[in-house]
Design a protein around this ligand. Structure first.
Ligand SMILES: [Zn+2]
Length: 140
């Protein structure tokens, strides 16, 4: 009960001040067995499930720390909490985690589910798509 998973972020760059920092972000989708995952890892199911398997692309809210350089790129609230993150999960793989931009309003748009706040997406927002394309180009 009341469980979650972690996703560990290494030296992510703040889009506002450029400071790099590490974070452990709690999120509430999938097996939620207190496991620590990385971006690129597959989430588990059949433990303390929150949300629902089988969705192609979802974004769910996560909670971590604010940016040590500026207090959070999109702070202050109420735009969004400085420690809130958007966690993108495609085919059960964590593809991207970023400080919540306020683009996704979980209170308004989340899939009705008492245990998890997540929004079903048809596609990534353009900024995330650009980031993912960039990362792919840098690998090849
Ligand atoms: Zn910052």
């Amino acid at each position: 009960m009341g469980m979650f998973s972690f996703v560990r972020l290494h030296q992510i760059v703040c889009p506002k001040c450029g400071v790099r920092s590490d974070h452990e972000v709690q999120f509430y989708f999938g097996g939620c067995d207190l496991e620590t995952l990385e971006v690129g890892d597959k989430i588990t199911w059949n433990r303390h499930d929150r949300g629902e398997p089988g969705h192609r692309l979802v974004v769910t809210d996560g909670w971590g720390g604010d940016c040590p350089g500026c207090g959070g790129p999109y702070a202050p609230p109420p735009i969004c909490d400085p420690g809130q993150f958007d966690v993108f999960i495609e085919d059960d793989v964590i593809t991207h985690v970023q400080w919540a931009t306020g683009e996704f309003d979980y209170e308004r748009d989340a899939h009705p589910d008492p245990n998890s706040e997540y929004i079903l997406l048809d596609d990534y927002p353009p900024s995330v798509k650009a980031f993912l394309n960039n990362a792919r180009d840098n690998r090849s």
